[in-house]
Design a binder for this molecule. Structure first.
Ligand SMILES: NC(=O)c1ccc[n+]([C@@H]2O[C@H](COP(=O)([O-])OP(=O)(O)OC[C@H]3O[C@@H](n4cnc5c(N)ncnc54)[C@H](O)[C@@H]3O)[C@@H](O)[C@H]2O)c1
Length: 320
């Protein structure tokens, strides 16, 4: 019997799936404090992980741990050096975690481009006819706009289809994906990021947070962009430098931003981006749809089961 700890809440279907497996004994771990994780994790053979940080101090006591199944695809909350050295397998939800984030990026683009909040407010406040007198300078068609997708993995590849459906021109920056793959999906591979930033109308981030991608878009890059352009970050806080973004928005260097993720989550109350009217915010909620959360929970649970039954798909295992 393997002992499995479910770290943090997840949709009940995955929990039921794990509990119904006769070879597993399953506990829910809802206290995500360091003290609690230090104390209780050493007894587990496997864990699922949503929020909660598995750092060196915590992991070094987990002598029985064989597998960590992330509820999601990012794993910046795990000490990957330690698990690599100690042969602990890291699994991600490969199949279920890209459709909703790609839709969320489109939702942010369309919200920003179509002035949703302003129009909604006008109707509610009895200003229905006010719209006809407005000089519309901030609402745009997405038709024919150039979107630059930075990071062309699972989310990037889902996003491109939606962009092409809206007749956008798609430029892709991902040094690790070949030109043929990008072209076959309808995009144009670019190699010079700085030149392309100058011509893009929309820049959307779908890269992991790594040493290389941290602050990938900072003031220097933003200052190359068009005044009318927008940035969407639904990947990880920190790939776009928040201070620089805020300064750029305040100085009309670019026009708007959509942020689902933050350098610190939740962001501090005095984070200036929370008061900035030129930012559309969501609380790391790009996967928060009924379908996505159910599927992620089921896939996370199935990954644990497949791992212990020795039939885990290679694509689910993170190569460290
Ligand atoms: N907001 C959310 O709720 C949410 C949901 C899912 C994923 N994410 C984040 O989005 C990221 C992307 O997800 P995914 O499933 O598409 O991941 P993925 O691993 O399938 O794709 C990431 C892509 O980024 C590329 N990349 C890596 N370094 C790069 C660099 N320096 N420049 C350009 N491209 C680079 C890789 O080659 C890869 O193609 C995840 O790492 C995760 O952190 C956020």
């Amino acid at each position: 019997m393997y002992k499995i700890g479910i770290i943090d809440t997840m949709n009940s279907r995955g929990i039921e799936l794990l509990k119904s497996n006769k070879d597993l004994s399953v506990d829910l771990i809802t206290d995500l404090s360091r003290e609690n994780l230090l104390k209780i994790l050493p007894k587990y053979d496997g864990v699922t992980l949503r929020r909660g940080k598995l750092d060196y101090e915590i992991l070094k006591n987990c002598k029985k741990l064989k597998v960590i199944a992330r509820h999601g695809v990012g794993y910046d909350n795990v000490d990957t050096n330690y698990i690599k050295e100690n042969n602990i397998t890291l699994l991600v939800t490969h199949n279920s975690t890209s459709t909703s984030p790609a839709e969320h990026i489109m939702f942010m683009i369309l919200n920003i481009y179509k002035g949703r909040e302003m129009f909604d407010q006008m109707v509610r406040e009895g200003n229905f006819h006010k719209a006809i007198h407005l000089q519309i300078n901030d609402n745009f068609e997405v038709f024919n706009k150039k979107i630059l997708i930075i990071g062309f993995g699972r989310i990037g590849k889902k996003l491109i289809k939606k962009c092409l459906g809206f007749d956008m021109n798609v430029l892709v920056y991902d040094p690790y994906i070949d030109e043929k793959t990008i072209k076959s999906l309808g995009g144009k591979k670019i190699t010079n990021l700085e030149d392309t930033l100058k011509e893009a109308d929309i820049v959307s981030m779908s890269v992991p947070l790594t040493e290389k991608t941290k602050n990938m878009i900072s003031y220097k890059e933003i200052s190359l962009m068009k005044k009318s352009s927008i940035i969407i970050n639904a990947s990880r806080g920190g790939v776009v430098n928040e201070n620089d973004l805020n300064t750029a928005l305040n100085n009309s260097i670019i026009s708007f931003a959509g942020l689902d993720v933050f350098e610190k989550e939740p962001p501090d109350k005095d984070n200036p981006l929370l008061k900035n009217k030129r930012v559309l915010l969501s609380p790391h909620a790009a996967t928060f749809t009924k379908e996505c959360l159910e599927n992620m929970s089921l896939e996370t649970a199935q990954n644990i089961i497949d791992f212990f039954e020795g039939k885990i798909e290679k694509t689910k295992i993170v190569k460290l």
